[in-house]
Design a protein around this ligand. Structure first.
Ligand SMILES: [Zn+2]
Length: 317
């Protein structure tokens, strides 16, 4: 059992006034990096030591790394008092950075020209999907000349500090596995956070190709779910960003669940209707702009109506 109040007292002396959660496991502070106006949004878990800010997204796995970055003179004292034997052994050494993610083997950006036939096949594939040079620059798309991403269009994603945080390799051959992805916890990834303006309405789609279609201030879920443990959810709530949900028609219930969750955290949500199209990926750019403008505000009743409609048609049972 950890002594939460003793740890909190130490952290308050290092980071300023902090508060303990009801269960006594989390402490919250004003973030030393972004100095946000709202309540305390830097959460420090006193048991497993993970920490993150809901507003600017700084995070780490050890309290010593938080202190090392933002309250240097208090780091050694913390380790002496609460650190593990391993941390004490390396007390004078700088904190280890987390392992960076690498681009797939043999990666080359598609903005250049090459004589390689597979390289050109990928460029043609993108062109057939309506993805031209402008999008290739904007979404930093490449391919690999060898390894598991050969004959794949690789869309890369960068975090708010410009560090690679994800990539996805879409096969251009229908006979292969559709996507190859790195081993990364998806809930920790905010896809192309580097391009997001957290002061403007954010459009959320399912996958990277939808993202290319939808353009503007947008990101993708890398799936179709969003929970309170997702970094994306926390940043939306931390910054109180209004959201347009543009998910595929076949995940309507999930879209309503996401809307309900965001709405219950004070976020205004609008639904983008794809009309006769299956998803945003199929919509021509002009249609998407129109649909964005006419997206309707979501209210909790919408979810109830959706559930009732599905009960009467039997699809939910
Ligand atoms: Zn912050």
């Amino acid at each position: 059992m950890i002594d939460a109040s003793e740890r909190l007292r130490y952290l308050c002396s290092a980071l300023g006034t902090g508060y303990l959660s009801k269960d006594g496991l989390n402490a919250s502070f004003k973030c030393p990096k972004c100095q946000h106006k709202d309540k305390n949004k830097l959460i420090v878990k006193l048991d497993d030591e993970r920490w993150h800010c809901w507003v600017c997204g700084i995070k780490g796995r050890a309290i010593s790394s938080l202190l090392g970055k933002y309250a240097k003179e208090t780091r050694a004292g913390w380790i002496q008092k609460f650190g593990t034997a391993e941390q004490k052994k390396y007390i004078d050494e700088p904190e280890k950075e987390e392992e960076p993610l690498d681009l797939p083997e043999g990666f080359v950006p598609l903005v250049r020209t090459m004589m390689d036939p597979d390289f050109n096949a990928v460029a043609r594939y993108l062109n057939d999907r309506g993805i031209g040079e402008r999008e290739i620059w904007r979404y930093r798309i490449g391919t690999s000349l060898r390894g598991k991403c050969r004959r794949r269009a690789v869309i890369t994603s960068y975090d708010c500090e410009g560090k690679l945080n994800y990539w996805t390799g879409r096969s251009i051959d229908e006979s292969s596995v559709k996507y190859v992805n790195p081993r990364v916890e998806r809930r920790d990834v905010i896809f192309n956070e580097i391009d997001i303006d957290w002061t403007k309405e954010l459009t959320i789609v399912e996958g990277p190709f939808d993202l290319i279609s939808v353009g503007g201030n947008s990101t993708c879920l890398l799936g179709s779910s969003l929970s309170t443990s997702h970094a994306l959810f926390q940043r939306i709530v931390g910054n109180q960003v209004p959201v347009i949900l543009a998910l595929d028609k076949d995940v309507k219930k999930k879209a309503h669940d996401i809307a309900k969750l965001l709405f219950s955290h004070g976020i205004s949500v609008r639904f983008l209707e794809t009309g006769s199209y299956k998803d945003v990926g199929e919509m021509p750019p002009g249609e998407i702009e129109k649909a964005k403008e006419s997206a309707i505000s979501w209210s909790p009743n919408d979810r109830l109506y959706h559930l009732i409609r599905n009960i009467s048609s039997g699809s939910i049972l």
